[in-house]
Design a protein around this ligand. Structure first.
Ligand code: NZQ
Ligand code: ZN
Length: 392
């Protein structure tokens, strides 16, 4: 077990109709002029945006709105948001939507609280010294951005998708109403469940510092999301299943399932981010398409963890060699992906990169991680390319 920091300052308000408390929460955290930032329009169509603006009107809190954050959100809109907030004197950001709207709001917050080009943070050139305070109303359980320190932005020029992590970016409050996720297309629900599981799996497949309590929380979370993803596949309006998945999404990426270990592996995410940047695929689906190839490439170097995962999460029988059990666990995970209509290779994901494009992704990925990265197994550019090839 390693020493660790656990810092989750986000006030969570969970349950039905909790979005009605938005004005009270903005006031509590000192907001006097708000930017409401959202995505492509689902919050307009669902009526959520209107309910939120009505609450702010009632409370006498002035606001401006900026929609348009796309999945794999763009830097251009971040710049636009920064300028709008400066012009309007905004002192509080409200992200309404999924990870893309929230991450875009975080980036706007960094741009407002720091001088210079906000992309510098995502380009690892310097670190932020603050972020405008941010609150969140979540409409899709997936990224955990509502409690996480991360923001992932795509720079249009060169299609470079990069994440930046800082405690300054953790939202002040997160309103989590599982009912708000009931308008999601089934595909996005499944993508979300995949991403949630992966945030814990990235922390679970490590070679350093694991502790029993963290493993137990992680395995419980993984079993819970797996079971409830299947319930939602057949019964998308099931409130309790929506609630289980939503809370799991926040816990999966707020640091809890990594306490005491070496920080995690994260290479499936890094490999997916190149796919998302280049082909604009849904993040969760991209993860599912890559994971099996990654797992088969690394499992021998992390065998005890893969065996434990097979037995405790996937319910594989404790029969045969450790390698056989580990491989059966990987196979069972891919069966699960298929059962919720997630892809298990790039073809099923709907992309067909050329050899040059695979090499380009591997190169960008290696540059993005500073050469090599991983805990289950350290991967260099050659290994990344081998995994991309195997996922074809
Ligand atoms: O844009 P709108 O119109 O809102 O539609 C969205 C979008 O098309 C739709 N949607 C969301 N809530 C809905 C809804 N449609 C109907 N009803 C609702 N209630 O779903 C689509 C996906 O939304 P998006 O916000 O893109 O999804 P997600 O939350 O999965 O976010 C993905 C982004 O977050 C990044 C990903 O890389 C990707 O860019 N990540 C952020 C992380 C973080 N900040 O901690 C960690 C993750 O690993 C991830 O990398
Ligand atoms: Zn993710």
């Amino acid at each position: 077990m390693f020493d660790f920091k656990y810092y989750t300052p986000t006030k969570v308000i969970f349950g039905k109709n909790t979005e009605n408390r938005v004005a009270e929460l903005i006031k509590e955290f000192g907001g006097t002029k708000v930017l409401i930032h959202y995505g492509g329009g689902s919050v307009v169509r669902s009526g959520l945006l209107k309910r939120v603006t009505d609450k702010l009107d009632e409370a006498g809190i002035p606001y401006v709105t900026l929609g348009g954050a796309v999945p794999n959100p763009h830097l251009g809109l971040v710049y636009e948001g920064i300028e709008l907030c400066k012009k309007e004197g905004v002192d509080f950001l409200l992200g309404v939507g999924g990870g893309s709207a929230i991450d875009s709001a975080k980036a706007i917050g960094y741009g407002l609280a720091n001088d210079g080009d906000v992309w510098d943070f995502y380009d690892y050139k310097r670190t932020a010294e603050g972020c405008l305070p941010l609150g969140v109303i979540l409409t899709i359980a997936a990224t955990g951005s509502e409690m996480s320190d991360s923001s992932v932005i795509t720079k249009e020029e060169g299609l470079v998708k990069r994440g930046y992590s800082s405690d300054f970016g953790r939202p002040r409050f997160a309103i989590l109403n599982p009912e708000l996720t009931m308008t999601l297309p089934d595909y996005q629900t499944a993508c979300g469940c995949t991403d949630i599981m992966m945030h814990t799996m990235e922390r679970y497949f490590t070679n350093g510092g694991n502790m029993e309590i963290t493993d137990s929380v992680a395995e419980g979370l993984l079993r819970t999301v797996k079971a409830n993803a299947l319930i939602l596949r057949d019964d998308p309006k099931n409130y309790d299943a929506r609630a289980e998945v939503m809370w799991a999404g926040s816990l999966s990426h707020n640091g809890l399932t990594g306490c005491g270990n070496d920080g995690g592996d994260w290479m499936t995410h890094k490999l997916e981010h190149e796919l998302g940047g280049l082909y604009d695929v849904a993040h969760g689906a991209g993860l599912a398409a890559i994971w099996g190839s990654w797992a088969r490439y690394v499992y021998k170097d992390c065998l005890p963890r893969f065996k434990r995962f097979a037995l405790n999460v996937m319910g594989v029988k404790n029969e045969g060699s450790d390698e056989e059990i580990a491989l059966a666990g990987i196979e069972a995970m891919e069966d699960f992906y298929r059962s919720i209509n997630m892809p298990t290779n790039l073809r099923e994901l709907g992309v067909n990169p050329t050899e040059e494009e695979l090499a380009l992704m591997a190169h960008k990925c290696a540059v993005g991680v500073g050469g090599e990265k991983g805990s289950a197994k350290v991967l260099n550019e050659e290994a990344m390319l081998a995994i991309y090839r195997a996922s074809m």
